[in-house]
Design a protein around this ligand. Structure first.
Ligand code: NDP
Ligand code: MG
Length: 394
C-alpha cells in the first residue's frame, strides 16, 4: 500500500485531534507531513513528538520560539515555520497528498485554497472558507484536479447518500436535501430565557464536543445557517431546495429526498471520527474507532421544525444565502466578531444576532470578483461589527 502524506491544518483543535486519532490507527496508510496550531503550543509539541511531522506551523514568532524550545526536548526534528505563507506552503507542498482543512474561521481560507490550487485531496471542515468565498472557491476547484470531501457531519452524510460521481443532482432525481440540526443546548428556549446565558452554557453542546466558536454557532443556530450556505456550494443547490430538520438525538446526520418518494439517510453515533475516516479513505472504508450504532440503545428518533423566531441567526444566514454576492462573507465576518465578543463576556448571547443584523442591514452588497474583494468585504464587516459591539458595551 502506498503511504499518503497528510497536512493537518488546525491540528490542535477538536477536528485536528480527531483526525490524528484516526490517522494513528492506520500507520500503513498515512504519514503526517505537517501539523499547524495557533495558541496551544504544548499540545502541538506533544503531537509532533507522537507523529514526527516534517514541519510544524504556528502564526507568530514568539510562539515559534516556544515551540522550538519544547521540540528540542521532545526528540522531534520538525522544522518550525511561521505565518499564513507557511500554512499555504505546507498545504501545497509537492510531497503532500491529503490536506485536512480544520482551522476555524476566515483564517482557514488561504491555506485551504492553496491546497485546492495544488490539486490535493482536500478534507473540508473549515466551512467558513466556502461561506466567505464560495464562488471563487468552487471555480478554483473546477480549474484543478483537487478532490473536495466534506467533513461537516451533515454534508458528509449527504455526500454518502448521493450516487458517486454526481455533478447535477436534479439529473439523478434529487428533489431536496434535508439538513439535520441538533437544536443546540437551548432548543425549546425563548429569547428571554437565553438573554443571560454564559459562554460555558453555550459551549456545553448536548451531543458534540467541539471548539468554542462552532459551539456558540450551534447554540445560536448560526452554524446551521452557515451549513446551509456550505451545502448550496458543495451540492450546487438553491437555498430553497434545502430544508433544516431539527433532530435532537444527532443520530441521523442528514438525508436526501428523491423524486420517487425515497428518502436516504446516513446514521451513526455522533463522533466526528466517522466523517473524518470516511473522507480520508474515500472511496474505500477504514476503521474510525467509533462504536457501531445500536438502534435499540437509541430507541427513539425525533424530528421537528426549527424555531426561527427565537433563533434569528438562522434566518439572517438564509437571507444571506438568498442575496448571494458578498452577503455571506459579511454575515460570517460579523458573526466571528460577535461570537468572540460573547466569549469575552462583552456582549450577551442574544446580542450576537443583533450585531450580525446591524452589519447586514448597513451593508451595500456587491459581487466579490477576487479574493482581495472578499477580504475587503470581510475587513469592512469586521470593523462595522466591532464598532457596534463597542456601542452595546457603552
Ligand atoms: P477548534 O477551535 O477546536 O480548533 C481550531 C483550530 O484552528 C486550532 O488548531 C487552532 O489553533 C487553529 N486556529 C485558530 N485560529 C487560528 C488562526 N487565526 N490562524 C491559524 N490557526 C488558527 O475548532 P474545531 O476543531 O471545532 O473546528 C474547526 C473547523 O471545523 C471550524 O471551521 C468548524 O466550523 C469546523 N467543524 C467542526 C466540527 C467539530 O465537531 N468540532 C464539526 C464540523 C465542522 P490553537 O488551538 O492552537 O489556538
Ligand atoms: Mg455540522
Amino acid at each position: 500500500m502506498i503511504i499518503q502524506q497528510i497536512t493537518v491544518l488546525g491540528a490542535t483543535g477538536s477536528i485536528g485531534v480527531s483526525t490524528l486519532d484516526v490517522v494513528a490507527r492506520h500507520p500503513e496508510r498515512y504519514r503526517v507531513f505537517a501539523l499547524t496550531g495557533n495558541t496551544k503550543v504544548s499540545v502541538l509539541a506533544e503531537q509532533c513528538r507522537k507523529h514526527q511531522p516534517k514541519y510544524a506551523v504556528v502564526m507568530d514568532v514568539e510562539t515559534a520560539e516556544q515551540l522550538r524550545g519544547l521540540l528540542a526536548t521532545f526528540q522531534s526534528s520538525a522544522e518550525v515555520l511561521v505565518g499564513t505563507d507557511a500554512l499555504c506552503a505546507v498545504s501545497s507542498d509537492s510531497q503532500v497528498d491529503i490536506v485536512m482543512a480544520a482551522i476555524v474561521g476566515a483564517a482557514g481560507l488561504m491555506p485551504t485554497l492553496a491546497a485546492v490550487n495544488a490539486n490535493k485531496k482536500v478534507l473540508l471542515a473549515n466551512k467558513e472558507s466556502l461561506v466567505m468565498a464560495g464562488h471563487l472557491f468552487m471555480e478554483a476547484l473546477k480549474a484543478s484536479s483537487s478532490v473536495l470531501l466534506p467533513i461537516d457531519s451533515e454534508h458528509n452524510a449527504i455526500f454518502q447518500c448521493l450516487p458517486q460521481k454526481t455533478q447535477d443532482l436534479s439529473a439523478v432525481g434529487v428533489s431536496k436535501l434535508l439538513l439535520s440540526a441538533s437544536g443546540g443546548p437551548f432548543r425549546g428556549w425563548t429569547v428571554n430565557q437565553m438573554r443571560d446565558v454564559t459562554p460555558a452554557q453555550a459551549c456545553a453542546h448536548p451531543n458534540w464536543m467541539m471548539g468554542s466558536k462552532i459551539s456558540v454557532d450551534s447554540a445560536t443556530l448560526m452554524n446551521k445557517g452557515l451549513e446551509l450556505i456550505e451545502a448550496c456550494w458543495l451540492f450546487d443547490m438553491h437555498a430553497d431546495q434545502i430544508e433544516i430538520v431539527v433532530h435532537p438525538q444527532s443520530i441521523v446526520h442528514s438525508l436526501v429526498q428523491y423524486i420517487d418518494g425515497s428518502v436516504i439517510a446516513q446514521l451513526g453515533n455522533p463522533d466526528m471520527r466517522t466523517p473524518i475516516a470516511h473522507a480520508l479513505a474515500w472511496p474505500e472504508r477504514i476503521d474510525s474507532g467509533v462504536k457501531s450504532l445500536d438502534l435499540f440503545d437509541v430507541s427513539r428518533l425525533e424530528f421537528e421544525r426549527p424555531n426561527i423566531v427565537d433563533f434569528p441567526c438562522l434566518e439572517l444566514a438564509c437571507e444571506a444565502a438568498r442575496v448571494g454576492l458578498d452577503a455571506p462573507a459579511i454575515l460570517n465576518a460579523s458573526n466571528e466578531i460577535a461570537v468572540q465578543a460573547f466569549l469575552d463576556e462583552r456582549i450577551g448571547f442574544t446580542q450576537i444576532a443583533d450585531v450580525v443584523k446591524e452589519s447586514m442591514s448597513s451593508a451595500i452588497f456587491s459581487e466579490p470578483r477576487s479574493l482581495l474583494a472578499v477580504q475587503e468585504s470581510d475587513t469592512k464587516a469586521r470593523s462595522l461589527a466591532a464598532a457596534y459591539v463597542l456601542r452595546i458595551e457603552s
